[in-house]
Design a protein around this ligand. Structure first.
Ligand code: NZQ
Ligand code: ZN
Length: 389
């Protein structure tokens, strides 16, 4: 482990069937005025909304609601929520939904008492909150982002065609607790389930594909990836398999709760490419990542050869006998491609609505990160996007 770091994760997790019952222990810790936040209606259909509301009422809370938080939550929706939370004098925000709802709740938490425009402060200048942060709790219904145990909040500015994530350093932005009941994910459509699975895989890769030192984080990452591959193949055929779905849920949390990034510079370019595609298409997050990944990894392979060889052998079980490093590394990516196709992921950005004419504009919306094996220039970004069409 080269480099110094600190590590703290204050989010308390309640995992397993019926875990929502722990709201009885958590809710009394916060004030009376609660804002219940949810998405486009799935929680009303599957009964999770009723259960959460019942527990809030039993705890004597005064509840206001923010409904209709869309996938890839927008800045306009954030402004709308700020008004509701301010009028309600919110003491606590309860997010019931997927990453979009959890992210939105965190963005709202730092905006309710913010005297400035939150977009400018948090998504242009990337500042930390200088105001009171409203505490957030999450009841997770969709698995993938890790938002339940991290301080990330991604917001889309539709007007400016920008989708930007801010991972706050302030631990107060992290959910105080998260309820993880794998059965809550059973009503997800297959498309969302596999998009979430790929999001998890991508989070692990983004941290794994950086650095040259022998680092415990990489061994943890390989273990998480192997568990995910195993469980994803079972869940892909049998979506109601509790053992597989519960492993996927737990893997998602550990894939992006800061643990496996310790001592790593981290890459995040697949996410930067995917977010730019998302800003132009509003496509499902995980699918924007699957659609650009192979072109990106094949492009950077020569610069991170050693790690790609290790990835092929330790994650995909590629037999190195008789192969050059390049052949081993490429076999690893081919195995990854086969798994992606088996799950039914979106493999190119044209399927998401990006055309050849749009490539230059989309490339212009890509933030360039410095921590991976190759810092991409503008032409390389355009080439990777063109290759992903
Ligand atoms: O809106 P509803 O009706 O609830 O439907 C949602 C939505 O359409 C549906 N869904 C969720 N739970 C369900 C369900 N449908 C049936 N049964 C259930 N139990 O699934 C759809 C997608 O939900 P969403 O929350 O958008 O998905 P996800 O969890 O993938 O979140 C995506 C957002 O998180 C951001 C993404 O950029 C995107 O904006 N990310 C957040 C990160 C973080 N905080 O660290 C990191 C990630 O890389 C990611 O960028
Ligand atoms: Zn992601």
């Amino acid at each position: 482990m080269l480099g110094n770091f600190s590590y703290c994760n204050p989010t308390k997790l309640y995992f397993g069937k019926g875990a929502i019952g722990y709201l009885k222990e958590e809710l009394p810790k916060y004030g009376k005025n609660v804002v219940l936040i949810y998405g486009g209606g799935s929680v009303k259909k599957n009964g999770i909304y009723d259960e959460a509301l019942r527990l809030l009422r039993e705890a004597g809370k005064n509840v206001a609601e923010i409904a209709g938080v869309m996938p890839n939550p927008t800045l306009e929706k954030l402004y709308e929520g700020m008004k509701i939370a301010r009028e309600h004098k919110a003491d606590f925000l309860l997010a019931v939904g997927g990453g979009s709802v959890c992210d939105y709740a965190k963005a709202l938490a730092v905006s309710v008492h913010c005297g400035e425009d939150p977009w400018e402060k948090y998504y242009v200048r990337f500042e930390e909150p200088s105001c009171e942060v409203v505490p957030v709790g999450c009841v997770l219904t969709m698995v993938g982002t890790g938002s339940e145990m991290n301080a990330g909040a991604v917001i889309t500015n539709r007007e400016q065609k920008l989708k930007i994530g801010h991972v706050f350093a302030d631990e107060k932005v992290m959910p105080r607790f998260a309820v993880l009941d794998p059965t809550y994910t059973f009503t997800l459509p297959h498309y969302q389930m596999v998009a979430g699975i790929y999001d998890i895989f991508s989070h692990i890769c983004e941290q794994y594909f950086s650095g040259e030192d022998d680092n415990t984080s990489d061994y943890l990452a390989e273990g998480l990836m192997r568990s995910l591959l195993h469980s994803s193949r079972i869940a892909n055929k049998d979506m109601q398999n509790y053992e597989a779905r519960s492993n996927i849920m737990w893997t998602a949390t550990w894939a992006l709760n800061t643990l496996i990034s310790r001592g790593k510079t981290t890459d995040w370019m697949v996410h930067m490419l995917g977010q730019a595609v998302g800003a132009y298409t509003d496509a499902t997050h995980g699918m924007t990542l699957s659609a650009v990944s192979l072109a990106y990894y094949r492009h950077i392979l020569p610069y991170g050869m050693k790690k790609f060889v290790r990835f092929a052998e330790n994650v995909w079980g590629v037999d190195p006998a008789g192969k050059s490093d390049r052949e081993i590394a490429e076999a690893g990516l081919s195995a990854m491609e086969a798994w992606m196709k088996e799950l039914g992921l979106v493999m190119n950005i044209s399927e998401l609505g990006v055309t050849g004419e749009m490539v230059k504009d989309v490339a212009g919306a890509v933030l360039v990160m410095q921590g991976g094996y190759k810092v991409l220039g503008r032409e390389e970004i355009e080439a990777v996007l063109a290759e992903s069409l």
